[in-house]
Design a protein around this ligand. Sequence first.
Ligand SMILES: O=C(O)CCC(=O)C(=O)O
Length: 287
Amino acid sequence: MPETKFIRPFPALTPAQRYHLEVYGYVVIENTLSADETGRLHEAMQRLKRDLLANDDPSKVGVHNCRLSANKPHYLHFAHILETNPAIFDYLTHPRLVGMAEELVGGTVRLEESEAVINSRDPETDCSTPARFGFHTGTAPDVGSYTENGLYHCTFVKTLSNLTELGPDDGGTVVVAGSHKVKGDREAILAAAYEDRTLIHQVVAPAGSTLLFGEALIHATGQIRSDRERVIVIGGYTPTMFQAWNDQEPSAEFIAATPEHLKPLISGSDKWSWQQRRRSLDTPAAR
Ligand SMILES: O=C(O)CCC(=O)C(=O)O
């Protein structure tokens, strides 16, 4: 029987995972994806890379409405991967991962963007000096965040899953821990973090793990110092009444072909019928 309802766990995080998210602004959940799911996704990304690079201009919308928004020999950034492969669609609609995003948003979500990065060591990297990073945010404390039941929520959330193993030299995402709650001058926060680097946390996790964070947290791509290629896939989620990222609205044909029970997630069709969902810190995770 085909699915008719989109059932996802709530709350998706254990109290300890929720507390970690509260304090640091992110949590890494290991092995959210099976080896099979990780392998399918890795293969899908390698195929997409080949197909896009075969285009005359990979920055123009090409393979299944996807494009390369950065195209350097050591760094490829893919925008709007949603429509490219069933493995990627399954990732972006993965009930547990969507449940994790809903928990941080504090209610039902729509897909806001779908991206990926394939990168390797930048030949310019000077491994003898401490790394500097391209730190950024997608929203800000207060503007994009609020508190319910004493817990932090953010209206722009990412699930970022690594398809390759990330050791300490493999360039996992870096974040300035706790910056999701700190209103104030970005440069001052960064100066503090570079002075005390224990404030900069880096994702180190087995392939198939997921970093969940809100975009008010200051974050960046880590620095690869090893010879390993890094492959990550990214889902962005917002409350249902928000818009997709620029040029990441799914095509009408793709929405028409999406199973009914997943249409609101993909298209944002629930709009202002947003349903808030609240938990308390001590609520056990649903399985
Ligand atoms: O490449 C990464 O690890 C970070 C990706 C990122 O900055 C983002 O999704 O906003």
